[in-house]
Design a protein around this ligand. Sequence first.
Ligand SMILES: Nc1nc2c(c(=O)[nH]1)N(C=O)[C@@H](CNc1ccc(C(=O)N[C@@H](CCC(=O)O)C(=O)O)cc1)CN2
Ligand SMILES: Nc1nc2c(ncn2[C@@H]2O[C@H](COP(=O)(O)OP(=O)(O)OP(=O)(O)O)[C@@H](O)[C@H]2O)c(=O)[nH]1
Ligand SMILES: [Mg+2]
Length: 457
Amino acid sequence: MIQLGTTIAAIATAIVPEQGSIGIVRLSGPEAVAIAQRIFRGRKDRAWSSHQVLYGHVVDPNSQTVIDEVLLLPMLAPRSYTKEDVVELHCHGGLMPVQQVLQLCLSQGAKLAQPGEFTLRAVLNGRLELTQAESIADLVGAKSPQAAQMALAGLQGKLAQPIRQIRAQCLDLLAEIEARLDFADDLPPLAEAGIHTALNQLLEELEIILSTANRGELLRTGLKVAIVGRPNVGKSSLLNAWSRTDRAIVTDLPGTTRDVVESSLVVGGIPIQVLDTAGMRDTEDQVEKIGVERSRQAASQADLVLFVLDAQAGWTEGDQAIYEPLKSRPLLLVINKIDLATPDLTPILEQFPCHVKTAAAQGTGITELEQAILEQVHQGQVTAANLDIAINQRQGATLTQAWQSLKQVQQAIAEQLPLDFWTIDLRAAITALGEVTGEELTESMLARIFSQFCIGK
Ligand SMILES: Nc1nc2c(c(=O)[nH]1)N(C=O)[C@@H](CNc1ccc(C(=O)N[C@@H](CCC(=O)O)C(=O)O)cc1)CN2
Ligand SMILES: Nc1nc2c(ncn2[C@@H]2O[C@H](COP(=O)(O)OP(=O)(O)OP(=O)(O)O)[C@@H](O)[C@H]2O)c(=O)[nH]1
Ligand SMILES: [Mg+2]
């Protein structure tokens, strides 16, 4: 339930077992200043003015126990993140000071904030648009500088702008059509061709925005890449060379890797989770068997499979057996150990237009590998326009509905259906567009969006 008018409190900084040097407890709402004044003791001669930091102590008003030495920052309505009175208590980091200060705030009448509730208030009070708020969640979760840049563009309103504009044009069209419903006799007939062209234009603009969805998804959630192949071909060496670590154990014994080993990288702004797997072969070893099963799972769940081949051994029956079930998956052939004498690999290379040659033990071919991965994922996904913005899944699904509705308006025109049919679909498009920008909000939609936030945001 959305409830403005209460005062909420939460820890605004990360709550982790490790110690941070500073932790912030944040209050927002009509009682924020009163609650903070009851638990803060500072110099009497210092006034509480907006955006002026005060030094002092948090003291439990019942027991007079000093809880922490803090800096206090009041941001008074409407000059704050939520447009309500906000008070921040900058405490010492670690779990105890912030948790105790939060408890004091709650004991003085503040309500524990729901995930995203501060940002939700910022939206409801008109500081942020819905798309901006969604961008904040993306910014907090960004795993690469590019992902952060994209989110920041959204925060600056670059996403809402074009969608609002499309919606405004739909509203104009609707008014024009509805006028004919009401005053059919007094107005010249509708210029159907003109409306058709206008709709085409809007559909095209929507398509450009929709085409950013893949890129957005890529930057936000990244790629899962599984390294698979026969034992001893150099999979773990590849993971190590690529991540520039000794993450995985490498030996010259086949069957070294027994479990899935993960490492996180960023390639061209795309966060990549690399999974090194146990070499696949028939084995009686119980532990290795389970490892091989996990390799298969990793391969089937990955967005991209790096199929590693030992250049010296060439394409063996074992390789064929592993390749068979992966045939239809996005796959890149990595020909490893090219530093060694190799048989003629031409037939294999012809079969795999997407391949790279590496010598993982020497660390060569990694740049080419990254290049090949980027080429695969970017194929047809990046449009020249709107490189700096990208929509999320919710926005994509809703904009697709808007696109379909506009298509149906065109259909209704083409089939010469009565004007009522045009307006029904046009209104549906307007509603969908408004759900993206936040001009048409339902409480359940808001609840769904903000439940994905972290507490204190
Ligand atoms: N300590 C702290 N750091 C933070 C935040 C915060 O809430 N607290 N933010 C939270 O996400 C972000 C910054 N967002 C903010 C947005 C607006 C205002 C604010 O007080 N705006 C007033 C005053 C502007 C002015 O003086 O010109 C306003 O817009 O009227 C504060 C933080 C990131 N860093
Ligand atoms: N000459 C040469 N040797 C390599 C290369 N890459 C890996 N090796 C060697 O091949 C052996 C096996 O390497 P690993 O990385 O453990 O192979 P793996 O595919 O992970 O093996 P399993 O975990 O058993 O499936 C090690 O002795 C590596 O040093 C390479 O590019 N050139
Ligand atoms: Mg290995």
